[in-house]
Design a protein around this ligand. Structure first.
Ligand code: SF4
Ligand code: FE
Length: 493
């Protein structure tokens, strides 16, 4: 089957019976819902880019399984070049959407599950890898979007999955049947869940033998019986429900999305189960998925950063302070921080290596350093953008005030005329353009898009401490001590 266009992807979502809840109600036509649609447009951009001649070089890959031309989002990376192209693709899409385009979680799960199932089979003689390859070929040939679902609600953090008072806070096997299993539980803050055709569920932490029922990896259609989602609120999200909303939205076209995914006794046939009880491989799968997703942030957040830097530079220009050395220096600092994240994304890709299964994995230490920087730098970039933009970003009147014909002045001036002239800067700058750029910055620094640029940068792909644990593990302190001893002339006694 040919690759889908963005429009075809959107139509394909209408054919699903995905169950979505928001504000305490089921949303029947979620595809056209004004709060959800920008996030669908964002995934659609990953399809349209593949059809775009200028972008297809990055977007199209060749399947190692079939030789077919596929969207890179369903690719198994077979070289360091593939890994670098992935990051470049993500930066490009971040630049186009200034949002989270959601499809990476599936791609990152494919690559982690591909190598992990190979190693489980090697130890246990299971056939998970073949099952997974069959599933992936179906995904590739139908150009599907898949949510990689990892994070369980986790309940009491001091207890393991099997010790929880409520076992449902970790996805687990409820019943074993001859032809499959019945699963129960949930995954929290799932990026792109509603917009995905399928989900791959993975364990969220390393597990011990007693957690056997929780060491699970499987694929499931998004509209399976018993699966439903509760849509996540975002700051200022109901602005999208305002009639004729445009400038006040900041980013009208694109956005990200997260949801709570609930598995209320869902049947999973054997062919879609890729791990079931092999507890010692749960940690490997988590580490690999997290590693790929930490690499991803060295692309997507950098692309969004490019747009923020551009917006801050425009705000300075509109204010007439673009030549001020302090402003120029802040823009340099923002660029420096942004490119540092990108350097990490490219470095961990260029330093990647082949797994036993043959696909390529990033350098885990460098991918974790990448993400650790991403937990900090976007905050500083956003701070500097707010600094350059000025307080008007959060105090200015609404779009309706600027456009109001209400006569309020003693000389017959309208409310709109007062706002437009008093908040104007120089003749060549349209006040509405100034308002647009400030609203964009508000949206990305504090509004609905701040979910993707700020909090997701902190907690997505694992919170900062998760990377520090990996950095400690991968940092080879003993090797570094040996280097120091040798140069300093210290003999081992
Ligand atoms: Fe992709 Fe970035 Fe969104 Fe993760 S946060 S799904 S890497 S765009
Ligand atoms: Fe993410």
């Amino acid at each position: 089957m040919a690759l889908m266009t963005g429009a075809e992807y959107i139509e394909s979502l209408r054919k699903l019976n995905t169950k979505v809840y928001m504000f305490g109600e089921r949303i029947e036509n979620w595809v056209d819902h004004p709060m959800i649609r920008p996030s669908i447009n964002c995934v659609a951009a990953t399809y349209d880019a593949a059809a775009d001649a200028a972008e297809s070089g990055l977007m199209i890959a060749t399947s190692n399984l079939t030789g077919h031309k596929i969207n890179r989002f369903s690719n198994i990376h077979m070289s360091t070049d593939d890994l670098c192209k992935k990051v470049k693709m993500q930066r490009m899409l971040g630049q186009k959407t200034a949002s989270c385009f959601q499809r990476c979680v599936g791609m990152d799960s494919f690559n982690a599950v591909y190598s992990t199932t190979f190693e489980i089979d090697e130890k246990y003689g299971t056939d998970y890898h073949e099952r997974f390859k069959k599933f992936l070929i179906m995904v590739q040939d139908n150009d599907l979007t898949v949510d990689g679902a990892m994070t369980d609600p986790k309940g009491d953090r001091s207890k393991s999955p099997s010790q929880q008072a409520n076992p449902d806070v970790f996805v687990h096997v409820k019943e074993v049947r001859e032809d499959g299993i019945v699963v129960r539980g949930a995954k929290a803050h799932q990026t792109g869940s509603v917009n995905s055709h399928w989900h791959i569920f993975m364990p969220t932490i390393a597990m011990k033998p007693e957690d056997k029922d929780f060491a699970l990896c499987f694929a499931c259609p998004s509209d399976a019986d018993g699966l439903f989602m509760v849509y996540g609120r975002q700051s200022c999200d109901t602005r999208k429900l305002e009639e004729g909303a445009d400038i006040d939205l900041g980013n009208k076209q694109f956005g990200g999305q997260e949801a709570l995914v609930i598995l209320d006794d869902v049947f999973i046939p054997n062919e879609y189960i890729f791990m079931n009880g092999e507890t010692e491989f749960a940690g490997m799968l988590v580490e690999r998925f997290a590693g790929y997703h930490r690499q991803s942030y060295g692309g997507c957040k950098v692309g969004v950063g490019d747009v923020i830097i551009g917006a801050a530079a425009l705000a300075a220009e509109y204010n007439g302070c673009e030549k001020a050395s302090a402003v120029k220096d802040k823009l340099v600092e923002m660029t420096h921080l942004n490119e540092t994240m990108y350097c990490c994304g490219i470095a961990c890709s260029a330093d990647g290596h082949a797994t036993k299964a043959g696909n390529y994995e990033i350098n885990l230490l460098e991918a974790n350093v990448c993400k650790q920087n991403v937990t900090r730098f976007p905050y500083e970039i956003a701070r500097l953008a707010e600094d350059i933009a000025g307080g008007l970003m959060v105090t200015m009147p609404s779009e309706k005030d600027f456009k109001s014909d209400l006569v309020v002045g003693k000389n017959g001036e309208t409310l709109g005329e007062f706002c437009t002239s008093l908040l104007g800067t120089k003749p060549e700058v349209d006040t509405m353009d100034r308002m647009r750029i400030l609203r964009f910055l508000e949206n990305i620094c504090l509004g609905s898009s701040a979910v993707g640029y700020r909090t997701e940068s902190l907690h997505g792909a694992g919170s900062p401490q998760a990377q520090r644990i990996m950095i400690a593990r991968q940092g080879n302190m003993e090797g570094k001590q040996k280097l120091a001893k040798k140069i300093a002339g210290i003999e081992d006694k």
